[in-house]
Design a binder for this molecule. Sequence first.
Ligand code: UD1
Length: 422
Amino acid sequence: MLSGFFEITGGRSLKGAIKIQGAKNSALPILAATVLVDGEAELRNCPRLSDVDATVNILKHFGCRVSRQGHTLRVDSRGINDTPIPDRLMHEMRSSIIFLGAVLGRFGQAVLSAPGGCDIGLRPIDLHLDAMRAFGAQITESHGRICCTCAQGLRGTDITLAFPSVGATENIMLAAVTAAGKTTVCNAAREPEITDLADFLNTCGARITGAGSGEMVIEGVPALHGGQHAVIPDRIVAGSYLAAAAATGGEITVQNVNPSHLSTVLPVFRDAGCKIDVQAADISLRAPMRPRAVKYIRTMPYPGFPTDLQAPVSAFLCVAEGTSVISETIFENRYKHAAGLNRLGADIRVDGRTAIIEGVPRLTGAAVESPDLRGGFALVLAGLAAEGVTRVGGIRHVERGYEDICGALTSLGAAIVKIDGT
Ligand code: UD1
């Protein structure tokens, strides 16, 4: 599919301040959760992204009435219908699997097709399906379709996750909130987006305690009512723009963020020689002329270094002085951006889950293709730091997660234009 490209004239330092959008990875499961609400949910700070549009299309498919005013979405889920989600809507994004727990909870059955989304590894859904079985659901899979039924209704249960999967934890929460009785979750994901989902659900009458701690207890309630909620700031977008400033010798402030969500990310920028200043909801970064290499970064579940920032941070380390080593422990195929970065003159060697980045003094513009969402941003970032003109294709990947990326970067002094596909 052609989706146009970004044309970037590199070599300009980013300078200025930008407001950070609401978190995509919070907005999507919260929107899925509105299927469980017997009333109207109002979500503020909801980013304008193609993944949000895809989620809204699925909600409309169920008969939810959805309206948007700026960054506020209203979803009225009264009187909605149980109809299978068509493949075309499911394939638009990986996280449509997040509808599983909510749909099963509301209708007692759910028919989904195998999830789409970024091609960054196998991304199995075994933990999701095992959890739904624990709630009493019967699951059959054939021809890429997953059929879950639970005619008697879901029953609360005790679940220990083998890995703290973000999506599986969200699905468990969505199934548990209106299940009969109590659910406990051990080794739950602790990401801020999990806490945000719990806050939204509790606003609507759910009874969830322990979100963010790894041990959650959910007392089922008969139904959820409407409520209002503001989505948390996007820590990955904030970290991405900080990395872009670090790569270009820039000086920027990201506003409307929660600095505690970046507690293992900011030390990486400090190690690289950037000056970081945190004031309430603002983080300012002043980069040196050339950053230093960072010896070792290992991606980990939250509060560890986020896998979603591995690609943007790898890109800024390409122009650092010295050798950096990155170990990707979450996804097995998340270095697809390395080939594009090397086309721009970077020196990255990938060996399994390890990437060795020998910093080079300069990158030079080239035509490259976004492999996935964060990898696409990494290429844009490298183009900003490179001499000459860089064209980054496959921008539909990048636009899944970064709201008005051209506008944001232009406001920081970058020379970037979007050329639409034909
Ligand atoms: C979410 C985020 C994504 C982020 C990831 C890890 C959303 C929409 N996406 O993805 O941006 O990179 O968390 O922070 O919130 N796994 C299994 N079986 C399962 C589920 C997962 O083996 O049933 C494995 C995956 O293959 C992967 C690891 O667990 O290796 C992490 O996946 P998970 O935490 O589930 O990520 P997502 O929820 O897909």
